[in-house]
Design a protein around this ligand. Structure first.
Ligand code: SAM
Length: 251
């Protein structure tokens, strides 16, 4: 049977694509693209003339059997998304799972991904991190998710939308310890690439005073929770938080 190639594309800078990715896209029988109109200019730029068809979150389930059949008949396919690595907050999971179950060869190429780009440039600990994708759109759900992560010791990584970033920062400001370092990585690999460092309240003030900083594509990272050690004679953060809550209740 054929091979399903998972091919990352750039996240902003058109030259961030490997030679192997380009030759794979040229050689396969067809390219399954999240949005063919979106990917056409890139394919033209790369000199890729391979035919494309749409594979997005709304038809991935329906397309599954057709794609598996094509692969079983010996055709090779490449899967791409609008930007970066397929399956990372992008379609492809159903098809890769099905190929694995059917014994069809899957070859994933390494390449651009906003998570690793943001983390490697942020200056936060990277030895252990947890990617949380996009937070829920509904305020109550988002607050709950954040509260559950407030004692997570690994660096937290989120994809975030410009429409919600102010709300998210406000929620972090109210539910995390106030000194927690954050980094907001915006427009990575593009002309206005920016890393903003600060606490949630500092970033909130910065974004409110400069609405340009609310625009574009962004990755939000939060330094992991550091349990305070008693050896320094300090009051542990959890106890501080409990005291703060109690003091608010006192007359
Ligand atoms: N598959 C992609 C990847 O490998 O990074 C992610 C797709 S997800 C639908 C899109 C989100 O990724 C954006 O909303 C943003 O949070 C993040 N993102 C993508 N490109 C970015 C960039 N150039 N700078 C900052 N964040 C980016």
């Amino acid at each position: 049977s054929g091979v399903l190639y998972i091919v990352p594309t750039p996240i902003g800078n058109l030259t961030d694509i490997s030679e192997r990715a380009i030759s794979t896209l040229q050689q396969v029988d067809a390219i399954a693209a999240e949005d063919t109109r979106h990917s056409r200019p890139l394919m033209q730029h790369l000199g890729v003339k391979t035919k494309m068809f749409a594979l997005h979150e709304h038809n991935e389930g329906q397309q599954l059997q057709t794609i598996v059949q094509q692969l079983e008949q010996g055709q090779s396919l490449a899967l791409i998304s609008d930007a970066g690595t397929p399956l990372i907050s992008d379609p492809g999971y159903l098809i890769v799972r099905e190929c694995r179950q059917q014994g069809i060869k899957v070859v994933a190429l390494p390449g651009a991904c906003a998570i690793t780009t943001a983390l490697s440039g942020a200056g936060l600990a990277t030895d252990r991190f947890t990617f949380e994708g996009f937070l829920a759109a509904k305020p109550q759900q988002r607050k709950k998710q954040l509260r559950e992560l407030s004692q997570e010791q690994r660096t937290l990584v989120f994809y975030e939308s410009p429409h919600r970033i102010l709300h998210t920062l406000a929620d972090i400001d109210s539910d995390f310890d106030s000194e927690r370092p954050l980094v907001l990585a915006r427009e990575l690999t593009k002309q206005f690439e920016t890393y903003l460092h600060g606490t949630a309240s500092e970033l909130l003030a910065r974004l409110q005073s400069d609405p340009n900083q609310q625009r574009g594509e962004m990755v939000l990272m939060i330094s992991g929770y550091k349990p305070a050690t008693d050896s320094a004679g300090e009051i542990p953060v959890r106890v501080q938080q409990a005291l703060k809550l109690l003091s608010e209740e006192l007359p």
